[in-house]
Design a binder for this molecule. Sequence first.
Ligand code: SAJ
Length: 421
Amino acid sequence: MRLCVVGLGYIGLPTATLFADVGVDVLGVDVAADKVRAVAGGRAPFPEPGLPELVARVVTQGRLTTSLTVEASDAFIISVPTPLGANGEPDLVAVRAAARSVGAALRPGNLVVVESTVPPGTTSGLVRQTLEDVSGQRAGKGFHLAYCPERAIPGQTLREMVYNDRLVGGIDQASVDAALALYRRVVKGQLLPSDVLTCELAKVAENSYRDVNIALANELAHICEKVGANAWEVISLANRHPRVNIHLPGPGVGGHCLPKDPWFLAKAAPDQAGMLPLARHINDEQPHRVVSHTLDMLRAAGLSEPAQVAVLGAAYRGGVDDVRETPTIPIITGLVEAGASVRLCDPYVERFQVPVLPYETAIEGVDLLLVVTDHPEFKKLSAVHARLLMRGRLVYDTRNVIDRETWTAEGFTVDTVGVGR
Ligand code: SAJ
Protein backbone atom coordinates (compact mmCIF):
# COMPACT_ATOMS: atom_id res chain seq x y z
CA MET A 1 0.00 0.00 0.00
CA ARG A 2 1.25 3.49 -0.85
CA LEU A 3 0.32 6.51 1.29
CA CYS A 4 1.05 10.12 0.40
CA VAL A 5 1.18 12.57 3.32
CA VAL A 6 0.86 16.20 2.20
CA GLY A 7 2.49 18.57 4.72
CA LEU A 8 5.50 17.46 6.75
CA GLY A 9 4.96 19.65 9.82
CA TYR A 10 4.45 18.88 13.50
CA ILE A 11 1.59 16.50 12.60
CA GLY A 12 2.34 15.34 9.04
CA LEU A 13 5.89 14.14 9.64
CA PRO A 14 5.12 12.04 12.76
CA THR A 15 2.08 10.64 10.92
CA ALA A 16 4.18 9.73 7.87
CA THR A 17 6.88 8.06 10.00
CA LEU A 18 4.37 6.04 12.07
CA PHE A 19 2.75 4.62 8.92
CA ALA A 20 6.18 3.94 7.40
CA ASP A 21 7.24 2.17 10.58
CA VAL A 22 4.39 -0.37 10.26
CA GLY A 23 5.45 -1.18 6.71
CA VAL A 24 3.40 1.24 4.60
CA ASP A 25 5.25 2.71 1.59
CA VAL A 26 5.00 6.44 2.45
CA LEU A 27 5.70 9.48 0.29
CA GLY A 28 6.05 12.67 2.34
CA VAL A 29 5.33 15.87 0.41
CA ASP A 30 5.99 19.47 1.39
CA VAL A 31 6.33 22.77 -0.45
CA ALA A 32 9.34 23.71 1.72
CA ALA A 33 12.48 22.42 -0.04
CA ASP A 34 14.61 22.58 3.16
CA LYS A 35 12.13 20.38 5.03
CA VAL A 36 11.99 17.86 2.18
CA ARG A 37 15.80 17.81 2.03
CA ALA A 38 16.16 17.32 5.79
CA VAL A 39 13.70 14.41 5.89
CA ALA A 40 15.25 12.84 2.77
CA GLY A 41 18.55 12.96 4.66
CA GLY A 42 16.95 11.12 7.60
CA ARG A 43 16.67 14.20 9.85
CA ALA A 44 13.63 15.62 11.66
CA PRO A 45 13.49 19.38 10.98
CA PHE A 46 12.07 20.10 14.48
CA PRO A 47 12.57 18.46 17.87
CA GLU A 48 9.97 15.99 19.14
CA PRO A 49 10.80 13.14 21.52
CA GLY A 50 11.44 9.91 19.59
CA LEU A 51 11.03 11.51 16.17
CA PRO A 52 14.71 11.85 15.10
CA GLU A 53 15.31 8.12 15.67
CA LEU A 54 12.09 7.17 13.88
CA VAL A 55 12.77 9.40 10.85
CA ALA A 56 16.34 8.09 10.58
CA ARG A 57 15.09 4.49 10.74
CA VAL A 58 12.25 4.66 8.20
CA VAL A 59 14.29 6.75 5.73
CA THR A 60 17.26 4.37 5.96
CA GLN A 61 14.92 1.43 5.42
CA GLY A 62 13.50 3.18 2.33
CA ARG A 63 9.95 3.18 3.74
CA LEU A 64 9.65 6.97 3.82
CA THR A 65 10.65 8.94 0.74
CA THR A 66 10.02 12.64 0.12
CA SER A 67 9.09 14.92 -2.74
CA LEU A 68 8.01 18.47 -3.50
CA THR A 69 5.09 17.13 -5.52
CA VAL A 70 2.22 14.72 -4.93
CA GLU A 71 2.41 11.40 -6.78
CA ALA A 72 -0.08 8.61 -7.45
CA SER A 73 -0.88 6.67 -4.25
CA ASP A 74 -3.61 4.52 -2.74
CA ALA A 75 -4.39 6.99 0.05
CA PHE A 76 -3.64 10.65 0.74
CA ILE A 77 -3.52 12.46 4.08
CA ILE A 78 -3.74 16.26 4.02
CA SER A 79 -2.02 17.76 7.08
CA VAL A 80 -1.24 21.35 6.14
CA PRO A 81 -1.60 24.46 8.34
CA THR A 82 -4.91 26.34 8.58
CA PRO A 83 -4.04 29.64 10.27
CA LEU A 84 -6.28 32.64 10.91
CA GLY A 85 -5.61 35.27 8.28
CA ALA A 86 -4.75 38.90 9.13
CA ASN A 87 -8.46 39.70 8.59
CA GLY A 88 -9.42 37.22 11.32
CA GLU A 89 -10.90 34.80 8.80
CA PRO A 90 -9.68 31.18 8.36
CA ASP A 91 -6.91 31.03 5.77
CA LEU A 92 -7.53 27.91 3.68
CA VAL A 93 -4.97 28.61 0.97
CA ALA A 94 -2.79 25.63 1.93
CA VAL A 95 -5.77 23.25 2.14
CA ARG A 96 -7.00 24.34 -1.29
CA ALA A 97 -3.51 23.94 -2.81
CA ALA A 98 -3.10 20.50 -1.20
CA ALA A 99 -6.52 19.39 -2.47
CA ARG A 100 -5.59 20.60 -5.98
CA SER A 101 -2.36 18.62 -6.07
CA VAL A 102 -4.04 15.52 -4.62
CA GLY A 103 -6.86 15.90 -7.15
CA ALA A 104 -4.36 15.84 -10.00
CA ALA A 105 -2.95 12.49 -8.80
CA LEU A 106 -6.28 10.90 -7.83
CA ARG A 107 -7.25 7.51 -9.29
CA PRO A 108 -10.52 5.58 -8.88
CA GLY A 109 -10.77 3.81 -5.52
CA ASN A 110 -8.32 6.16 -3.73
CA LEU A 111 -8.95 7.50 -0.22
CA VAL A 112 -8.40 11.16 0.69
CA VAL A 113 -8.26 12.08 4.40
CA VAL A 114 -8.18 15.61 5.79
CA GLU A 115 -6.35 15.81 9.15
CA SER A 116 -5.88 19.59 9.31
CA THR A 117 -8.20 21.43 11.71
CA VAL A 118 -10.71 23.14 9.43
CA PRO A 119 -13.82 25.31 9.74
CA PRO A 120 -16.83 22.94 9.93
CA GLY A 121 -18.10 22.22 6.43
CA THR A 122 -14.70 22.49 4.71
CA THR A 123 -14.20 18.78 3.92
CA SER A 124 -17.51 18.25 2.13
CA GLY A 125 -17.38 21.81 0.73
CA LEU A 126 -14.06 23.27 -0.43
CA VAL A 127 -12.04 20.03 -0.30
CA ARG A 128 -14.63 17.86 -2.04
CA GLN A 129 -15.32 20.49 -4.71
CA THR A 130 -11.61 21.02 -5.44
CA LEU A 131 -10.87 17.28 -5.64
CA GLU A 132 -13.86 16.72 -7.96
CA ASP A 133 -13.05 19.70 -10.18
CA VAL A 134 -9.40 18.74 -10.64
CA SER A 135 -9.81 14.94 -10.88
CA GLY A 136 -13.05 14.84 -12.85
CA GLN A 137 -14.26 12.13 -10.45
CA ARG A 138 -17.09 12.24 -7.93
CA ALA A 139 -16.52 11.79 -4.20
CA GLY A 140 -18.30 8.64 -3.03
CA LYS A 141 -18.34 7.22 -6.58
CA GLY A 142 -14.77 7.61 -7.82
CA PHE A 143 -12.91 8.18 -4.54
CA HIS A 144 -13.44 8.03 -0.77
CA LEU A 145 -13.27 11.15 1.38
CA ALA A 146 -12.84 11.35 5.17
CA TYR A 147 -12.02 13.78 7.97
CA CYS A 148 -9.85 12.37 10.79
CA PRO A 149 -8.54 15.21 12.97
CA GLU A 150 -5.20 14.94 14.73
CA ARG A 151 -5.34 15.14 18.53
CA ALA A 152 -1.70 14.89 19.56
CA ILE A 153 0.03 17.40 21.83
CA PRO A 154 3.58 18.57 21.01
CA GLY A 155 6.11 16.83 23.26
CA GLN A 156 4.04 13.61 23.26
CA THR A 157 3.01 13.49 19.63
CA LEU A 158 4.11 9.94 18.76
CA ARG A 159 2.59 8.35 21.84
CA GLU A 160 -0.68 10.28 21.52
CA MET A 161 -0.99 9.51 17.81
CA VAL A 162 -0.87 5.81 18.59
CA TYR A 163 -2.81 5.60 21.87
CA ASN A 164 -5.42 8.40 21.74
CA ASP A 165 -8.91 7.54 20.52
CA ARG A 166 -9.44 8.84 17.03
CA LEU A 167 -12.42 10.36 15.21
CA VAL A 168 -13.06 8.88 11.78
CA GLY A 169 -15.60 10.88 9.79
CA GLY A 170 -16.55 9.85 6.26
CA ILE A 171 -18.82 11.33 3.60
CA ASP A 172 -20.39 7.86 3.30
CA GLN A 173 -20.02 4.39 4.82
CA ALA A 174 -17.46 3.26 2.24
CA SER A 175 -15.28 6.28 3.09
CA VAL A 176 -15.59 5.56 6.82
CA ASP A 177 -14.60 1.93 6.20
CA ALA A 178 -11.62 2.91 4.04
CA ALA A 179 -10.38 5.39 6.66
CA LEU A 180 -10.90 2.87 9.49
CA ALA A 181 -8.81 0.33 7.56
CA LEU A 182 -6.04 2.91 7.11
CA TYR A 183 -5.85 4.16 10.72
CA ARG A 184 -6.20 0.67 12.17
CA ARG A 185 -2.64 0.07 10.96
CA VAL A 186 -1.15 2.51 13.51
CA VAL A 187 -3.78 3.55 16.07
CA LYS A 188 -4.09 1.44 19.20
CA GLY A 189 -6.73 3.73 20.75
CA GLN A 190 -10.36 3.35 19.70
CA LEU A 191 -11.42 4.46 16.24
CA LEU A 192 -14.74 6.30 16.50
CA PRO A 193 -16.68 6.38 13.22
CA SER A 194 -19.04 9.25 12.42
CA ASP A 195 -19.80 11.72 9.65
CA VAL A 196 -17.51 14.46 8.40
CA LEU A 197 -19.34 17.50 9.83
CA THR A 198 -19.69 15.93 13.28
CA CYS A 199 -15.94 15.19 13.41
CA GLU A 200 -15.03 18.68 12.20
CA LEU A 201 -17.23 20.15 14.94
CA ALA A 202 -15.90 17.74 17.60
CA LYS A 203 -12.30 18.75 16.80
CA VAL A 204 -12.90 22.48 17.26
CA ALA A 205 -15.15 21.78 20.25
CA GLU A 206 -12.27 19.99 22.01
CA ASN A 207 -9.96 22.97 21.72
CA SER A 208 -12.76 25.44 22.45
CA TYR A 209 -13.53 23.58 25.67
CA ARG A 210 -9.91 24.00 26.70
CA ASP A 211 -9.80 27.69 25.74
CA VAL A 212 -13.03 28.52 27.59
CA ASN A 213 -11.86 26.54 30.61
CA ILE A 214 -8.52 28.44 30.67
CA ALA A 215 -10.45 31.73 30.38
CA LEU A 216 -12.41 30.68 33.47
CA ALA A 217 -9.13 29.97 35.27
CA ASN A 218 -7.72 33.35 34.21
CA GLU A 219 -10.86 35.16 35.38
CA LEU A 220 -10.72 33.27 38.66
CA ALA A 221 -7.10 34.45 38.95
CA HIS A 222 -8.16 38.09 38.51
CA ILE A 223 -10.84 37.69 41.18
CA CYS A 224 -8.43 36.00 43.63
CA GLU A 225 -5.87 38.78 43.09
CA LYS A 226 -8.55 41.34 44.03
CA VAL A 227 -9.88 39.56 47.10
CA GLY A 228 -6.49 38.44 48.40
CA ALA A 229 -6.72 34.69 47.74
CA ASN A 230 -4.64 32.06 45.95
CA ALA A 231 -6.30 30.89 42.71
CA TRP A 232 -3.96 27.88 42.40
CA GLU A 233 -5.13 26.59 45.75
CA VAL A 234 -8.77 27.43 44.97
CA ILE A 235 -8.55 25.48 41.69
CA SER A 236 -6.71 22.58 43.25
CA LEU A 237 -9.39 22.26 45.96
CA ALA A 238 -12.30 22.75 43.52
CA ASN A 239 -10.83 20.02 41.31
CA ARG A 240 -11.14 17.54 44.17
CA HIS A 241 -14.85 17.53 43.35
CA PRO A 242 -15.38 14.44 41.18
CA ARG A 243 -16.97 16.40 38.32
CA VAL A 244 -14.78 19.53 38.28
CA ASN A 245 -11.64 20.03 36.16
CA ILE A 246 -10.71 23.72 36.09
CA HIS A 247 -7.58 24.41 34.05
CA LEU A 248 -4.75 26.71 35.11
CA PRO A 249 -4.27 30.46 34.74
CA GLY A 250 -1.14 31.75 33.04
CA PRO A 251 0.41 34.45 30.85
CA GLY A 252 -2.04 33.82 27.98
CA VAL A 253 -2.86 31.06 25.53
CA GLY A 254 -0.46 30.24 22.71
CA GLY A 255 0.17 27.47 20.20
CA HIS A 256 -1.27 26.94 16.77
CA CYS A 257 -4.63 25.55 17.94
CA LEU A 258 -6.32 27.13 20.94
CA PRO A 259 -6.04 30.77 19.80
CA LYS A 260 -7.74 30.00 16.47
CA ASP A 261 -9.99 26.94 16.74
CA PRO A 262 -12.71 28.64 18.84
CA TRP A 263 -12.99 31.18 16.01
CA PHE A 264 -13.55 28.35 13.50
CA LEU A 265 -16.43 27.19 15.70
CA ALA A 266 -17.82 30.67 16.43
CA LYS A 267 -17.74 31.70 12.76
CA ALA A 268 -19.76 28.61 11.79
CA ALA A 269 -22.80 30.40 13.32
CA PRO A 270 -21.71 33.89 14.49
CA ASP A 271 -25.17 34.84 15.81
CA GLN A 272 -25.02 31.95 18.26
CA ALA A 273 -21.51 32.55 19.60
CA GLY A 274 -21.20 34.62 22.77
CA MET A 275 -18.99 32.69 25.15
CA LEU A 276 -16.34 31.65 22.61
CA PRO A 277 -15.34 35.20 21.55
CA LEU A 278 -15.46 36.32 25.20
CA ALA A 279 -13.08 33.53 26.27
CA ARG A 280 -10.76 34.44 23.39
CA HIS A 281 -10.84 38.06 24.54
CA ILE A 282 -10.03 37.14 28.17
CA ASN A 283 -7.11 34.93 27.13
CA ASP A 284 -5.80 37.45 24.57
CA GLU A 285 -5.82 40.17 27.26
CA GLN A 286 -3.71 38.09 29.64
CA PRO A 287 -0.26 39.00 28.19
CA HIS A 288 -1.19 42.71 28.43
CA ARG A 289 -2.16 42.27 32.08
CA VAL A 290 1.22 40.60 32.64
CA VAL A 291 2.97 43.64 31.13
CA SER A 292 0.96 46.08 33.30
CA HIS A 293 1.67 44.16 36.47
CA THR A 294 5.39 43.88 35.66
CA LEU A 295 5.56 47.66 35.15
CA ASP A 296 3.64 48.21 38.41
CA MET A 297 6.18 46.05 40.28
CA LEU A 298 9.10 47.97 38.78
CA ARG A 299 7.45 51.32 39.60
CA ALA A 300 6.68 50.23 43.16
CA ALA A 301 10.36 49.34 43.61
CA GLY A 302 11.15 52.97 42.67
CA LEU A 303 13.49 52.25 39.77
CA SER A 304 14.68 55.50 38.20
CA GLU A 305 16.79 54.28 35.29
CA PRO A 306 15.45 52.02 32.46
CA ALA A 307 14.42 48.78 34.09
CA GLN A 308 16.06 45.51 33.12
CA VAL A 309 13.81 42.47 32.86
CA ALA A 310 14.81 38.86 32.23
CA VAL A 311 11.98 36.97 30.51
CA LEU A 312 12.17 33.25 31.20
CA GLY A 313 10.54 31.32 28.40
CA ALA A 314 9.76 31.87 24.71
CA ALA A 315 7.91 28.59 24.06
CA TYR A 316 4.11 28.70 24.35
CA ARG A 317 4.11 25.78 26.80
CA GLY A 318 6.58 23.94 28.99
CA GLY A 319 9.04 21.36 27.73
CA VAL A 320 8.80 22.20 24.02
CA ASP A 321 10.63 24.52 21.59
CA ASP A 322 7.44 25.63 19.84
CA VAL A 323 6.98 29.42 19.80
CA ARG A 324 3.89 29.68 17.60
CA GLU A 325 1.50 32.35 18.97
CA THR A 326 3.47 32.44 22.20
CA PRO A 327 2.39 35.06 24.77
CA THR A 328 6.09 35.92 25.09
CA ILE A 329 5.78 38.03 21.90
CA PRO A 330 3.14 40.52 23.16
CA ILE A 331 4.80 40.51 26.59
CA ILE A 332 8.25 41.47 25.28
CA THR A 333 6.73 43.98 22.83
CA GLY A 334 4.73 45.62 25.64
CA LEU A 335 7.71 45.83 27.99
CA VAL A 336 10.00 47.29 25.32
CA GLU A 337 7.35 49.83 24.29
CA ALA A 338 7.16 50.90 27.93
CA GLY A 339 10.92 51.56 27.90
CA ALA A 340 12.18 48.44 29.67
CA SER A 341 15.24 46.61 28.47
CA VAL A 342 14.50 42.90 28.02
CA ARG A 343 16.68 39.81 27.93
CA LEU A 344 15.36 36.36 27.10
CA CYS A 345 16.30 32.87 28.20
CA ASP A 346 14.77 29.60 26.97
CA PRO A 347 16.65 26.30 27.26
CA TYR A 348 14.57 24.77 24.42
CA VAL A 349 14.46 27.60 21.88
CA GLU A 350 17.43 28.53 19.67
CA ARG A 351 16.07 31.45 17.66
CA PHE A 352 13.46 34.09 18.47
CA GLN A 353 12.64 37.74 17.67
CA VAL A 354 15.24 38.77 20.27
CA PRO A 355 18.48 36.89 21.05
CA VAL A 356 18.06 33.83 23.28
CA LEU A 357 20.67 33.93 26.04
CA PRO A 358 22.01 31.39 28.52
CA TYR A 359 20.30 31.74 31.93
CA GLU A 360 23.21 33.40 33.72
CA THR A 361 23.77 35.98 30.97
CA ALA A 362 20.03 36.70 30.84
CA ILE A 363 19.62 37.42 34.55
CA GLU A 364 22.93 39.16 35.28
CA GLY A 365 22.24 42.71 36.50
CA VAL A 366 18.46 42.58 35.92
CA ASP A 367 15.87 44.05 38.24
CA LEU A 368 13.08 41.53 37.67
CA LEU A 369 12.68 37.89 36.65
CA LEU A 370 9.52 37.27 34.65
CA VAL A 371 8.59 33.59 34.30
CA VAL A 372 6.43 33.08 31.19
CA THR A 373 6.88 29.39 30.30
CA ASP A 374 6.49 26.43 32.66
CA HIS A 375 9.67 24.65 31.51
CA PRO A 376 10.74 22.01 34.08
CA GLU A 377 14.13 23.77 34.36
CA PHE A 378 12.47 26.92 35.74
CA LYS A 379 10.97 24.94 38.61
CA LYS A 380 14.46 24.25 39.92
CA LEU A 381 15.94 27.77 39.85
CA SER A 382 18.04 28.73 42.86
CA ALA A 383 17.14 31.92 44.75
CA VAL A 384 20.67 32.14 46.21
CA HIS A 385 22.23 31.99 42.75
CA ALA A 386 19.76 34.55 41.35
CA ARG A 387 20.45 36.92 44.28
CA LEU A 388 24.17 36.86 43.49
CA LEU A 389 23.65 37.68 39.81
CA MET A 390 20.67 40.06 39.76
CA ARG A 391 20.63 43.78 40.53
CA GLY A 392 17.03 43.87 41.78
CA ARG A 393 15.02 41.50 43.92
CA LEU A 394 11.78 41.18 41.97
CA VAL A 395 10.12 38.06 40.57
CA TYR A 396 6.85 37.87 38.65
CA ASP A 397 5.75 34.28 38.14
CA THR A 398 2.91 33.71 35.66
CA ARG A 399 3.04 29.89 36.03
CA ASN A 400 3.34 29.31 39.77
CA VAL A 401 6.68 27.51 39.37
CA ILE A 402 8.75 29.63 41.77
CA ASP A 403 8.72 28.59 45.43
CA ARG A 404 7.62 31.84 47.07
CA GLU A 405 8.81 30.94 50.56
CA THR A 406 12.40 30.15 49.55
CA TRP A 407 12.74 33.19 47.32
CA THR A 408 11.14 35.54 49.84
CA ALA A 409 13.60 34.27 52.48
CA GLU A 410 16.39 35.42 50.12
CA GLY A 411 14.94 38.93 50.07
CA PHE A 412 12.91 38.71 46.85
CA THR A 413 9.46 40.18 46.32
CA VAL A 414 7.62 37.40 44.49
CA ASP A 415 4.27 38.09 42.80
CA THR A 416 2.38 35.21 41.18
CA VAL A 417 -0.48 35.38 38.70
CA GLY A 418 -3.68 34.58 40.59
CA VAL A 419 -2.27 35.24 44.06
CA GLY A 420 -3.53 38.33 45.89
CA ARG A 421 -1.62 39.97 48.68
N1 SAJ B 1 -2.61 26.63 28.98
C1 SAJ B 1 -2.99 27.36 30.09
N2 SAJ B 1 -3.60 26.70 31.13
C2 SAJ B 1 -3.84 25.37 31.10
C3 SAJ B 1 -3.46 24.63 29.94
C4 SAJ B 1 -2.85 25.28 28.90
O1 SAJ B 1 -2.78 28.57 30.17
O2 SAJ B 1 -4.37 24.85 32.07
C5 SAJ B 1 -1.98 27.30 27.84
C6 SAJ B 1 -0.63 26.73 27.50
O3 SAJ B 1 0.37 27.26 28.29
C7 SAJ B 1 -0.51 27.10 26.04
C8 SAJ B 1 -1.95 27.03 25.52
O4 SAJ B 1 -2.77 27.09 26.67
O5 SAJ B 1 -0.03 28.42 25.88
C9 SAJ B 1 -2.24 25.79 24.70
O6 SAJ B 1 -1.77 24.67 25.41
P1 SAJ B 1 -2.37 23.19 25.33
O7 SAJ B 1 -1.87 22.48 26.50
O8 SAJ B 1 -3.84 23.20 25.13
O9 SAJ B 1 -1.62 22.57 24.08
P2 SAJ B 1 -1.73 22.62 22.49
O10 SAJ B 1 -2.39 23.84 21.96
O11 SAJ B 1 -0.36 22.32 22.09
O12 SAJ B 1 -2.62 21.31 22.11
C10 SAJ B 1 -4.03 21.31 21.98
C11 SAJ B 1 -4.49 19.95 22.54
N3 SAJ B 1 -5.94 19.97 22.66
C12 SAJ B 1 -6.56 19.58 23.79
O13 SAJ B 1 -5.98 19.20 24.78
C13 SAJ B 1 -8.06 19.61 23.75
C14 SAJ B 1 -4.02 18.82 21.64
O14 SAJ B 1 -4.53 17.56 22.06
C15 SAJ B 1 -4.44 19.07 20.18
O15 SAJ B 1 -3.98 18.05 19.32
C16 SAJ B 1 -3.83 20.38 19.75
O16 SAJ B 1 -4.37 21.43 20.60
C17 SAJ B 1 -4.21 20.62 18.30
O17 SAJ B 1 -3.34 20.43 17.44
O18 SAJ B 1 -5.40 20.90 18.01
